[in-house]
Design a protein around this ligand. Structure first.
Ligand code: NAP
Ligand code: GCO
Length: 267
């Protein structure tokens, strides 16, 4: 196999959870361009339809399903439908996620539990549902979308950091438990990416000035810019392809250098 063909996803079936927009959409688009059949899901028919329009505009024949990733019965039903229609999944990206930015002393346990449920427990639910098919096929790729908060904390994101830290260790455990069956589980760790999830951190102030957090992140990033979902496409294809068959249990940070950098000295 030539080195470039080891990055091909031709003939592969990939499910990107929450692949309607943002990072998930970009990863799914990259996988489609690399040859994969794309499955995605959302909680609302409206988001499914909008995403199908976008995929169509991008020349991608994606398949969307209503599924809340925290609902194990719904996930298992969808996996059975996928396997019936397209065959067992080759690639799973646990992308679906939320964040709640609330100071811990003000956060309700319900809010904490909801973030853990979606950002961590759902990755367990969906991975558990797809593993039998991957084990039968004798190969599989599970990619968990981690975060800077898999390594770092910051004010107001206690639930999210706990979830993303746990997701890093779930990644390592899936690697440990199924590596012998040629199933690789790695994480992709985006830095600060311009998507709807981070829009509140980039909103212009009433006086038209930049959001303080916007300037802060640019000063903390050697690349001196926010990332884009497109920055994740190549690394995500690598982790889903045969080119990474001996890479397992790793978190590939795509952060423009944030984790390596103390931050720009204020002028
Ligand atoms: P986003 O724009 O808010 O998109 C989140 C996606 O997850 C949406 O498609 C959403 O669908 C879906 N989702 C949420 N809860 C769900 C559930 N219970 N069941 C099914 N789908 C659900 O977020 P993003 O910025 O693209 O982030 C995607 C992933 O990357 C998340 O895991 C996030 O934590 C992670 N991440 C983001 C950044 C960043 O800077 N943006 C950096 C590092 C990691 P609905 O329309 O149904 O809500
Ligand atoms: C925040 C941001 C971050 C990003 C991302 C960083 O409020 O700090 O939302 O958490 O989403 O996870 O990698």
């Amino acid at each position: 196999m030539g080195i470039l063909s080891s990055f091909s996803l031709e003939g592969k079936v990939a499910w990107v959870t929450g692949g309607c927009y943002g990072i998930g959409y970009a990863i799914a688009k990259a996988y489609a361009e690399a040859g994969a059949t794309i499955i995605f899901n959302a909680r609302s028919e409206e988001h499914i339809q909008k995403a199908l329009e976008d995929y169509h505009k991008d020349g991608i024949d994606a398949h969307g399903y209503i599924c809340d990733v925290t609902d194990e019965a719904s996930v298992q039903k969808l996996v059975a439908e996928i396997e019936e229609k397209y065959g067992a999944l080759d690639i799973l990206v646990n992308n679906a996620g939320i964040i709640k930015r609330i100071p811990m002393h003000e956060m309700s346990v319900e809010d904490f539990r909801q973030v853990i449920d979606i950002d961590l427990t759902a990755a367990f639910i969906v991975s558990k549902a797809v593993l039998p098919g991957m084990r039968r096929k004798g190969h599989g790729k599970i990619i968990n979308v981690c975060s800077m908060m898999s390594e770092l904390g910051r004010e107001t994101v206690s639930a999210y950091a706990a979830a993303k830290g746990g997701l890093k260790m779930l990644t390592r455990n899936i690697c440990s438990e199924y590596g012998e069956e040629n199933i690789q589980c790695n994480g992709i760790g985006p830095g600060y990416i311009a998507t709807p999830q981070t829009a509140p951190l980039r909103e212009r102030q009433p006086d038209g000035s930049r959001h303080p957090f916007d300037a802060f992140i640019v000063s903390k990033t050697p690349a001196a810019r926010w990332g884009t979902p497109e920055d994740l496409m190549g690394p995500a294809v690598f982790l889903a392809s045969e080119a990474s068959n001996f890479v397992n249990g790793q978190i590939l940070y795509v952060d423009g250098g944030i984790l390596a950098y103390i931050g720009k000295q204020p002028k």
